[in-house]
Design a protein around this ligand. Structure first.
Ligand code: WT7
Length: 696
């Protein structure tokens, strides 16, 4: 069944093109063959209500009566878009993630191992203890005035308290909005204001590799920005994670002077933090006084569970909203089948809980299955490039899930860092976040997996809640670089620009869309349902549009070709070009900016910017670093452009629209521009080519 043509990648000497599931894995798998997958898949799409209600019965429901198991409209021409699964039924995801397992005798099972940034730092928590801590935290939140439906922002490092906070919110029905603790104060404040969060939970600081981050200071600055824009954050809970010797400066005036110092050079034990009496509370103090018993709030299946911001093409991030029942079913089921979960597994997803991957596959998916997982605070290269495999051996990890960018980084450091560790426990290797190049896939399979593990390339989005295209490790033969086949309940199609269905197996590229809802699909953009409809449903009425390009080969395998909108996928994180441009424009020297994606060996894509300067400004190295910094400050360090070039003018159409297609060509130095007759001034292009930075 090899579709060799698809697989050939010049730089790769393809040994085999299709990889059958490893026999041992197949023997124990929940789905053992292609035929069995096809049967289940057919049922899931022909009779979704039956399929998902069988699954729903495995959870605890306070009340399992629904008006209609599934109701939806995917077609803007027929009225508002909506999706409702199991409306009327009541449950609590925290109860299903913890209490249910304790009732089944799993109180002493490890829920999480915690591995610190430093290899000597570690901890663990059982399901029994997790329940106590979650209940205490839930009671703390209640005592601070947080109620069902309130939004709580979480800005935390990868520590056990992070999972405790998220589950505590879920327990009392508060909507958590986790912001990755790498975003800047400004990004954090935008998100806190948009969601009108009542409280923020953070920690004093964190070490990431050799870098010390002052999270409390970032939060203080964000709260100040919120205040300036008329939103008061009532409470901040601070976990003391670094050192009890931190120097604390008490402020009684919440809006008072922030006493700022550059955070980077502070010694560990002299880490200063500002304290705002009345607003700030120490986690350990409030937790110590809190009761370890808390009745869950019984939630409607369609009540909101959490929101998570993702970049939008207009530059303003969208609060993707997920609801309790559908997300619970989908995160649990994808985890079970895609990682072929068994009770003796130790599962490790390296993603930060600040991204959707961490929500679904560090927390909810594994916990709802009663699995043992790992929360890792550090980074892949600290103290050395063997850290991942050292951890794999330390905890005997069976299923491992990471991003192509991490795989490519580690590949560069050589095989020895991998091969000096045994990795004997590994059975399944997963990847997510961006298309994986066959070369990296093959290295992952051959070097990390010793050719004995299944590799699952899982395609999904913040919006989809869980995997939507993926192989099942015991059933689906894999092809390096393909996300393979739809998960249960997913009906993919590939459409042309004008909405015609591209025949299956034709290998023609088009827009990847889904024809019917699955339980984990987002329900709305928080506070802006119209934007939800416009972004995902307007272009192709009747379909959810992913924004990704794809093609399907003659075996029916789907190959993602990348974003077709103005999004850039940097190391597996989506950024909009507009977001970066609006940051650049804030610099006094810039009159106009345009940014495009540029291929990058490790990050997949990186950001390449063109800036037009105002009269009287020079494009100096100093300006260049100021421009990079403004993006770091406005969005976060991970968004920093790799290239910024001087653009005395931008290529525009006569109607004034920037022709990004041309900018993408300039960025990669490709002079084959195609048709440029719509350009208002063709001479602009030559100038841009001349001014390209040499290293690009
Ligand atoms: C975008 C979603 C969902 C987890 C992390 C990213 C790209 C994701 C794959 C994959 C090719 C992928 C897509 C998608 N993407 N996984 N396996 N193969 N592309 O979440 O930030 O919402 O980004 O990531 O472009 O639309 P996200």
């Amino acid at each position: 069944m090899a579709d060799v043509q698809n697989l050939v990648n010049n730089s790769v000497d393809m040994e085999k093109s299709v990889f059958e599931p490893p026999q041992d894995l197949r023997n124990e798998a929940h789905v053992k063959s292609l035929e069995q997958y096809q049967q289940l898949y057919k049922k899931s799409v022909d009779h979704p209500e039956e399929f998902w209600s069988d699954i729903a019965k495995q959870f605890y429901w306070k009340n399992f009566t629904t008006d209609k198991f599934l109701e939806y409209n995917f077609d803007v021409r027929n009225g508002p878009i909506f999706v409702r699964w199991m409306k009327g039924a009541t449950t609590n995801i925290c109860y299903n993630a913890i209490d249910r397992h304790i009732e089944n005798g799993l109180s002493d099972k490890i829920a999480f191992f915690w591995e610190g940034n430093n290899p000597e730092d570690h901890d663990r928590i059982t399901y029994g203890k997790l329940l106590e801590e979650v209940c205490k935290c839930a009671n703390v939140l209640k005592s601070l005035g947080v109620k069902k439906g309130d939004r709580v922002a979480i800005y935390m490092p990868m520590i056990l308290e992070l999972s405790i906070c998220l589950l505590a919110c879920a327990r009392i029905g508060a909507i958590h909005s986790i912001v990755f603790a790498g975003f800047s104060s400004e990004s954090l404040s935008d998100r806190v204001i948009d969601a009108q969060c009542k409280a923020i939970i953070t920690s004093d600081g964190v070490w990431r590799g050799t870098k010390l981050l002052n999270l409390k200071e970032i939060v203080d600055n964000a709260v100040k920005l919120c205040d300036d824009r008329g939103h008061t954050v009532e409470k901040c809970i601070i976990v003391r994670h670094l050192s009890p010797e931190n120097e604390i400066i008490v402020h009684d005036d919440v809006n008072g002077d922030q006493d700022q110092e550059p955070p980077a050079k502070r010694p560990y034990n002299k880490f200063k933090i500002n304290w705002h009496s009345g607003r700030d509370v120490w986690w350990h103090e409030v937790m110590a006084k809190s009761s370890p018993v808390c009745e869950p709030e019984w939630m409607d299946a369609e009540d909101p569970l959490f929101m998570l911001y993702t970049s939008g093409s207009t530059g303003k991030p969208k609060g993707v909203l997920h609801t309790v029942g559908g997300y619970m079913l989908y995160s649990t089921t994808t985890f079970k089948y895609v990682f072929d979960y068994h009770p003796s597994d130790v599962f490790w997803c390296t993603a930060d809980v600040g991204w959707i991957t961490g929500h679904t596959y560090v927390c909810y998916g594994p916990l709802c299955n009663g699995a043992t997982g790992i929360i890792f605070e550090g980074v892949p290269l600290y103290p050395d490039a063997g850290r991942f495999w050292e951890i794999v051996d330390k905890y005997k990890v069976t299923k491992f899930y990471t991003a192509p960018t991490a795989i490519r980084t580690l590949m560069k450091f050589g095989d020895e860092h991998v091969t000096k560790h045994s990795r004997k426990s590994l059975k399944i290797l997963g990847t997510v976040g961006e298309p994986i190049n066959p070369e990296a896939w093959l290295w992952y399979h051959r070097v990390v997996g010793n050719e004995k593990c299944a590799v699952v390339d899982t395609f999904w989005q913040t919006e989809t809640g869980g995997h939507v295209l993926t192989p099942l490790p015991g059933a689906i033969p894999t092809k390096p670089g393909s996300a393979c086949v739809p998960f249960f309940g997913i009906v993919p199609e590939i459409l042309s620009e004008n909405g015609e269905t591209i025949p299956k197996n034709s290998n023609k590229e088009g827009y990847l869309v889904f024809k019917q809802p699955w339980p984990g699909i987002m329900r709305t953009v928080y506070g802006n349902h119209e934007r939800f409809e416009t972004t995902y449903f307007k272009k192709f009425p009747g379909y959810y549009c992913t924004g990704d390009g794809a093609r399907q080969d003659k075996d029916g395998y789907i190959w993602i070709t990348g974003r077709i909108d103005d999004m850039v996928n940097v190391s597996g994180h989506l950024l909009s070009t507009a977001e970066v441009e609006s940051a650049l424009i804030e610099h006094e020297a810039v009159t106009e900016a345009a940014s495009v994606s540029h291929p990058h060996e490790i990050k997949g894509d990186c950001i390449y910017c063109f800036v037009t300067l105002k009269e009287g400004f020079q494009f100096t190295d100093e300006l260049l670093s100021e421009l990079k910094n403004i993006v770091r400050k406005k969005i976060g360090p991970f968004a920093q452009p790799d290239f910024i070039q001087n653009a005395p003018a931008l290529p525009k159409t006569r109607s004034g629209k920037i022709m990004r297609r041309i900018l993408r060509k300039v960025a990669v130095g490709d002079a084959e521009l195609g048709d440029i007759s719509t350009l208002a001034d063709e001479s602009v292009v030559d100038i841009l080519f001349k001014l390209r930075p040499k290293e690009a």
